[in-house]
Design a protein around this ligand. Structure first.
Ligand code: DAH
Length: 352
């Protein structure tokens, strides 16, 4: 029995000896690679001997295992040492330029649209809004009907909406999340809903898929002042604390009254000029539009069984690409979707 152990240990010893012999003869690192495979590889010399370990009598296994590990370490060290030796020799002969800079590690970063969504969400989160999401494939009810958009409304035009069937479509806005959330909750409720939306539109300033963030709040006695205060807070946190906000009357079927919100142009600071030339972003007006909003129409409350006599609320919807373009001074929408690494690399302050 003891002979089995001796036999096993002898084999290990002889592997070590033949490695020491062979390693002395080699002169290149590809030869060293071959040696590494021959001795340490999955089907190498050491692995072959190790196959015998399970067949040893139980009492010899700990000793055999210990020696095998030791030999493996010795072999690994010898190979590593040789590797260093070869590199040093190569450097002396000028084959390896040790003055070359190390290889750079490339770290991915968040996409500017993702960064913008996260920043906007965190501003509203700090105000107590919860974040909700919903399906991109919607029904006519959530996307239109419950939002007081009747069958003959121009927003339903085949030009704009990507229909899957008569009743199923790709959502054209994030407003369906108002309906989905309100149906599940009783007031007070304050939520924002970021997500992708789709329209049959594609040119310099329109993409068939883009991102919106919907926001809404329902409680007792909510008024336009609350909306204005909330949006001003948001705008001044996303842009700068002196950004001005202006409301212009507008129309949306799901809000009454409705408004479009402009902010003082963040490119020219509202002056209309950049270095003496007319500002191209605000076309010299000093203002840029950033979102639509209003007080939630009683018809929407009826669709979700909220009592319009008891509750009121505000809602708003903004385009994420638009905010990102203003924030980062980008003038071409398409650059967000081309994934040109030279563009994306500029956002490495925001690692994944
Ligand atoms: N859903 C609108 C759109 O896509 C944006 C919008 C406007 C959302 C006014 C709102 C709102 O919640 O109150 O054009």
């Amino acid at each position: 029995m003891a002979r089995d152990l001796k036999n096993f240990l002898d084999k290990l010893e002889s592997i070590k000896n033949s490695l020491s012999e062979e390693i002395n003869k080699i002169t290149t690192s590809s030869e060293l690679d071959q040696i590494r495979i021959k001795f340490l590889g999955r089907k190498g010399e050491l692995a072959k001997v190790m196959k015998g370990l399970p067949h040893l009598p139980k009492e010899y296994k700990p000793e055999a295992g210990k020696v095998a590990n030791k030999i493996k370490n010795v072999i690994t060290n010898l190979i590593e040492q040789k590797q260093l030796e070869l590199e040093e020799q190569g450097a002396k002969r000028g084959q390896i330029d040790i003055t070359l800079p190390g290889r750079e590690q490339f770290i991915g970063s968040l996409h500017p649209i993702t960064i913008t969504i996260q920043e906007i969400c965190s501003v509203f989160k700090s105000l107590g809004f919860e974040i909700v999401t919903g399906p991109e494939i919607e029904t006519d009810f959530y996307n239109f009907e419950a939002l007081n958009i009747p069958k003959d409304h121009p927003a339903r035009d085949m030009q704009d909406t990507l229909y899957i069937s008569e009743n199923i479509l790709l959502r054209t806005h994030t407003s369906p999340l108002q309906v989905r959330t309100m149906l599940k909750t009783t007031p007070p409720v304050a939520a924002i809903a970021p997500g992708k939306v789709y329209r049959r539109d594609s040119d310099l300033t329109h993409s068939p898929m883009f991102h919106q963030i919907e926001g809404f709040l329902v409680d007792k006695d909510v008024n336009m002042g609350d909306l204005r205060g909330t949006l001003t807070y948001f705008v001044q946190h996303i842009f700068s604390s002196d950004t001005k906000v202006r409301f212009r009357p507008s129309f949306f079927p799901f809000t009454e009254p409705s408004a479009e919100v402009d902010i003082s142009c963040v490119i020219c600071n509202g002056s209309g000029f950049v270095n003496g030339s007319p500002c191209r972003v605000c076309k010299q007006t000093g203002w840029v539009e950033i979102l639509g909003c209003g007080l939630i129409d009683p018809e929407v409350f009826k669709a979700v069984s909220y009592d319009p006599e008891k509750y009121s609320g505000f809602a708003f919807g903004l385009g994420v690409e638009r905010v990102a373009m203003l924030k980062y001074g980008i003038n071409d929408l398409r650059i967000f979707f081309e994934n040109d690494i030279r563009f994306l690399n500029q956002f490495t302050d925001f690692p994944v």
